[in-house]
Design a protein around this ligand. Structure first.
Ligand code: AKB
Length: 339
């Protein structure tokens, strides 16, 4: 690329069009999103299509699309554990960047431990191996606050600390982080990752997580129902509004290679709140709204996770900053769920 830059500085486009064709081909991004119909995938696909053009973002999911993603651009049914299937799509569309979002989240993974391990690990190996074999250039893979466990510090949890996750999901994310770093160090794979907190959005519901209550509570409030929360009222967890999470994802992928100093996964902090605090922010707008608490098996998972996260490295290395407060998020959620 440096040689190409040097040549370009000496040659005008009109005189040497073939050199510019080479440059355009080199810089062209064709993005594949695996698990595009989920909570992050739906919004990320839309945002990336706006940025890079509808035809340059290929959405895939194990389920047929209901029209949400296929109406504006390419959509294919794809199982994230099918290596050959992914490779065929990579070759067919000349894919350069892959965002792997297919995963089984914390609560569901506790019910199906082996299925979760199989999906979460083998989908990652499929994509890392395609990058290792230079079929693709860049990989995004999400990790989670679930990599931390009961023995990690709870407040302002550091980037590097004791990590003894006690859930299947957390174990798979921690192992995945080690593999990402390994593939980067040993094979030079350009893989980038974020430890997402619980994500809150109105377009697509989350599926099978411990932080899902913070989405469901808005749906029940809008329907005029009282909310029965599956976590105890004082369970504080790290959370984030989806727009901030999508912006973080695109920012880390756009950052120059040299600025990505952590190749396992970056801590990312947005908000920290507990069920009472989110309830009170809703009650300010819907005064008749009521909540009660009936903790279930997800309480134990939540108790093992941090309350807040130290994201100094993400701020310093690639300029991360959270934008949306709890009050702003509640206003956005209630307005959009009402419409
Ligand atoms: C979950 O609750 O499992 C996810 C996560 C924190 O990764 N939202």
């Amino acid at each position: 690329m440096d040689i190409l830059k040097l040549i370009l500085s000496e040659c005008k486009r009109e005189e040497y069009p073939y050199i510019y064709t080479l440059k355009d081909k080199n810089l062209k991004k064709i993005i594949l999103i695996i698990g595009a119909s989920g909570q992050i995938g739906t919004e990320l696909t839309m945002r990336l299509r706006k940025k890079y053009g509808n035809q340059n973002v290929i959405a895939t999911d194990i389920r047929e699309d209901d029209g949400t993603l296929s109406k504006d651009g390419p959509f294919e049914v794809l199982d994230a554990i099918d290596y050959q299937g992914i490779k065929d799509i990579v070759i067919k569309y000349e894919v350069t960047d892959v965002y792997l979002l297919a995963a089984m989240l914390s609560a569901t993974a506790e019910k199906f431990p082996m299925r979760a391990w199989n999906l979460n690990m083998n989908s990652l190996f499929n994509v890392l191996n395609l990058a290792k074999d230079q079929k693709i250039k860049k990989v995004f893979w999400p990790s989670s606050i679930a990599v931390f466990g009961p023995s990690s510090p709870k407040e302002n949890t550091p980037q590097t600390t004791i990590m003894e996750p006690s859930t299947v999901y957390g174990i798979s994310k921690q192992a995945g982080e080690r593999w990402c770093e390994y593939y980067h160090n040993i094979y030079g794979v350009d893989v980038r990752s974020i430890r997402y907190p619980g994500l809150i959005s109105y377009k697509t519901p989350p599926g099978g997580g411990t932080t899902d209550y913070a989405v469901d509570i808005y749906h029940q409030a809008i329907k005029g129902n009282n909310y029965v929360c599956f976590l105890d009222k004082l369970t504080t967890l790290p959370m984030m509004y989806i727009d901030d999470a999508i912006r973080a994802t695109i920012t880390i992928m756009d950052a120059p290679k040299e600025s990505i100093k952590i190749r396992s996964s970056y801590n990312l902090s947005g908000l920290s709140f507990n069920p009472i605090e989110i309830f009170e922010s809703i009650k300010q707008q819907i005064p008749i709204f009521e909540i009660s608490y009936k903790p279930d098996f997800r309480q134990k998972i939540a108790n093992s996770w941090p309350k807040s996260i130290d994201d100094t490295n993400a701020k310093d290395d690639w300029g991360w900053k959270n934008n949306t407060s709890l009050e702003e998020m509640t206003a956005i959620m209630l307005k959009n769920l009402q419409d």
